[in-house]
Design a protein around this ligand. Structure first.
Ligand code: ZN
Length: 132
């Protein structure tokens, strides 16, 4: 079951630059910055109410986020929704024929995550997260 929007992710060339823009425009500060080498990104989050905006900066020029920016430029990348039981959700989606990028959950920034294919959801990349 979907509980809430956990974060909205924006692909950027520089997380530090994005943080300084959102600080100067909205006065919002980073609450978490982390390098995720296995995903080829540096991620920085800012809290907005009970959700977050997450900036993802490619650190691997061959990675998915680097290719996304190359093709589409900086901007909206994905919505992440929190679920109670990610294994059950992924299994249920697969059983209903929903196209998945991750058939098995994997480790993300703040929990176990899995992505649906944007073809399954009107061109919007959706991430599921089960918090740890
Ligand atoms: Zn995300």
């Amino acid at each position: 079951m979907i509980k809430r929007v956990d974060h909205i992710a924006i692909a950027v060339n520089s997380a530090d630059d994005a943080l300084s823009v959102f600080d100067s425009v909205f006065g919002l500060k980073a609450d978490h910055i982390e390098e995720l080498p296995d995903q080829g990104v540096k991620a920085a989050t800012i809290r907005v109410g009970d959700t977050h905006i997450e900036f993802i900066e490619p650190t691997d020029p061959e990675g998915g986020v680097a290719k996304f920016i190359e093709k589409k430029g900086e901007g909206f990348h994905h919505i992440c929704v929190e679920v109670d039981d990610i294994d059950a959700e992924l299994k249920s989606l697969a059983a209903r024929g929903v196209e998945l990028i991750d058939k098995q959950a994997r480790k993300g920034l703040a929990g176990r995550i899995g992505f649906l294919h944007p073809r399954a959801t009107k061109g919007v990349l959706i991430e599921l997260i089960q918090k740890v």
